[in-house]
Ligand binder design. Structure first.
Ligand code: VGL
Ligand code: ZN
Length: 286
């Protein structure tokens, strides 16, 4: 009888061990690694080019673990509302207030408008204008045919830092649907810039319920102060701020089957697996 008990215990362990206890499928998001944000671009991010080899290494090392690789691309009209050149008396890096009506149309002084939303807009140098070399992806970032490209910021009258939604939340890109379709649960975020598009993409991913990692050494910020604030805020929201050197252990944890101790984060799959394990343990004659 005692022997049978041991056998039963082993069987329970084996049942649980055979379930894929993981945080599901993983997507790598490469945010705005475009000429415009490199040191020679129109909105240069200091050392922005240094993320390229790091992102390429991540990609090579964990190739089989990414179900999806997504490249976002800042893609602006030549007279985009975020450009300081479009605002009289303003210069790059000033901020201004933009007003929108209920439908997300920009209110301008020349016509009557029911203001519903006030959005603070940082003003930038003209950058990433669509169909220019400046807006192209950095030449040495590794890209493959199966990669998804998500363009953002193409509405002339609203900016879009996040790769999911524009800054007013009026419209969304195809990223959300794509991640859903591919049953992604975890997103690993890299790219430019840490304090704007990486930050806003990570926040939206977290709000949408994804398990979110930002690989800090695979990002660079526009400014030091805003980067520090962004990191503090992401941290407080439960976004994992990690280094690329930690990814091996993280990926092992996310993709291993069986080590129940490696459960991190909530997932209905895990709860269901554990209950099935307990159910089988109690009901299957041993
Ligand atoms: C970005 C400022 C303006 C970014 C895009 O990719 O972080 N920053 N447009
Ligand atoms: Zn932009």
């Amino acid at each position: 009888m005692k022997e049978q008990g041991n056998k039963g215990y082993l069987t329970l362990y084996q049942i649980i061990a055979s379930f894929p206890v993981s945080s599901g499928r993983i997507a790598l998001l490469v945010i705005d690694v475009q000429n415009c944000f490199l040191p020679t671009g129109t909105l240069p991010v200091t050392d922005g080019d240094q993320v390229i080899p790091i992102i390429n290494d991540i990609r090579r090392e964990y190739r089989d673990l990414f179900s999806l690789v997504v490249f976002s691309q800042d893609w602006h009209c030549v007279d985009h509302v975020s450009f300081a050149s479009q605002h009289n008396g303003m210069k790059a890096f000033d901020t201004t207030l933009l007003q929108y009506d209920e439908q997300g149309n920009l209110c301008n002084s020349s016509s009557q408008c029911d203001v519903k939303y006030n959005i603070t807009q940082a003003l930038w140098p003209d950058h990433c204008v669509k169909n220019t070399t400046d807006a192209e992806f950095a030449v040495n970032i590794t890209k493959e045919n199966s990669d998804i490209i998500v363009r953002k910021g193409y509405h002339c009258e609203i900016d879009s830092y996040s790769a999911f939604f524009d800054n007013g939340g009026f419209s969304q890109t195809e990223l959300g649907a794509k991640l859903k379709e591919e049953k992604i649960e975890t997103v690993i975020i890299t790219g430019l810039a840490l304090d704007y598009c990486v930050y806003y993409t990570a926040k939206d991913a977290k709000k949408l319920g994804y398990n979110v990692y930002v690989v800090q050494d695979a990002t660079r910020g526009v400014s030091y102060a805003t980067s520090v604030d962004a990191i503090t805020d992401m941290d407080s929201r439960g976004i994992h701020m990690v280094q690329s050197s930690q990814l091996k252990a993280i990926m092992d944890g996310l993709t291993s089957s069986g080590n129940i101790l490696q459960i991190s984060g909530f997932s209905w799959n895990k709860i269901v697996f554990v209950f099935i394990g307990i159910y089988l343990y109690l009901l299957v004659p041993l």
